[in-house]
Design a protein around this ligand. Sequence first.
Ligand SMILES: Nc1ncnc2c1ncn2[C@@H]1O[C@H](COP(=O)(O)OP(=O)(O)OP(=O)(O)O)[C@@H](O)[C@H]1O
Ligand SMILES: Cc1ncc(CO)c(N)n1
Length: 490
Amino acid sequence: MSCAGSRVRVLSVAGTDPTGGAGIHADLKSFAAHGAYGMAVVTALVAQNTHGVRAVHVPDVAFLRAQLDAVSDDVTVDAVKIGMVGTRAVADEVAAWLAHTRPPVVVLDPVMVATSGDRLLDADAQDAVRRLVAQADLVTPNLPELGVLLGEGTAATWADAVRQARRLATAADVTVLLKGGHLPGDASPDAVVDATTVTELDAVRVSTTSTHGTGCSLSAAVAALRPRRPDWVTAVREAKEWLTGAIAAGEALGVGSGRGPVDHLHHAPALGARPFSADAWDRVADLRAACDDLPFVRGLADGSLPVEEFEQYLHQDALYLAQYSRVLARASQLAPDGVAQVFFAQGAARCLDVETLLHAERLARAGTRWSGPASAATTAYVDHVLAVAATGSYAEVVAAVLPCYWLYADIGARILVRAGDLAGHPYGDWVGTYGDPAFAAASARACDLADAAAREVGAATRARMLAAFVTSCRHEVAFFDQVRALAPSR
Ligand SMILES: Nc1ncnc2c1ncn2[C@@H]1O[C@H](COP(=O)(O)OP(=O)(O)OP(=O)(O)O)[C@@H](O)[C@H]1O
Ligand SMILES: Cc1ncc(CO)c(N)n1
């Protein structure tokens, strides 16, 4: 099949979901996610959200026909996806339009019941939907819908469902995409069934409540893909892989408190999504606020911190930096380009040079030698970043090392303001290093590199980046806070 436009022109004929997870709203997002040009004709206005359906309003069918004709009188439709029809009159009107304007690809999702369990099809409309099946190229029932289409009960097993799909394919001369979303168990298999062949498509079941609109989204994706794919199995396989990712990324959207929608654009996170660093910064707002109130940080700012405590801190920090340097070196090793490679390699070297020097000089000046072992807090932080370096991707390593730049630059800048004149300040050298605009610039570069890395990865890795970042921030706070509890170890 081919199409003349630069994009496949796909029409959704379906009901609405004002929360955007199902119906024509989901269909348009699915179309866009697959590079198609989307159009939509509304069959029914549905007042629904992630908890359920509150009311349904079906406009006069003459108006439905006016919408359908407005599209097909003007635009070549490469594929149509039909979703909720609601009533017999609507189903019959869509059937009449299909008989008149037959797009080359007709996908029918025989919507009867919403994910929430609410009815979306009048009981007396079932025969009309069976007639629509005969006009479709692909029909996408879930298990209960397949039973209704055949006038039988719901299949109790996957094998029974496949046999039912075969009967429907033969009787209506249609390809059936049988959906196993309602099956119990760890898998969520689907099958593409026609009169002669059954192709099972396996998928893991994602443990999530974000399954609102999965059926709508899948059938719309298949309609958008089919004009550019050689057969149904190829189009369905691709759509299903995409849907599994969209389901997995759904919860992160934070849409609604019931059964939430899927993230149709999970595979294109750069498209309008917030930069990783903006999300990450928001997630640690409480930890940042906690930092400012730590006795150690207050004492650093106003100079009242006992010298012993500061030296304990410096000693632990030197132990930390020696290992952290190896993690920066790992980021350099994994870096996707020379610019990032140099940035992290220089960072690794600086940890060993400048900062260790700052520590050594100060401790030497104080005439003290600190030789105690790494504390529990230091060891915990080091173990975390070394574990990410050993097992994580570049993006995760960059996220794990970021707080050491960013939290320090952030606190350093505020302490600088609170400290005032550094000339006579007992910790002026420390405050000067971290409050320095050059350190702020390095921190901003590290943020940019984390954002660039996040744009290249999927939702699952981005979630791991966020977890690594938040964990590092927690360790930073514990690191500052440990000093009071440290036993003298000179
Ligand atoms: N938890 C899940 N994990 C992975 N895939 C799932 C999950 N739930 C549903 N699916 C998949 O989503 C698609 C839609 O399946 P389902 O059987 O739920 O259809 P439906 O009942 O028509 O959907 P809807 O809930 O939108 O009405 C199928 O490909 C199914 O395998
Ligand atoms: C409009 C509409 N179509 C289909 C479904 C099935 O999920 C729904 N909830 N709403």
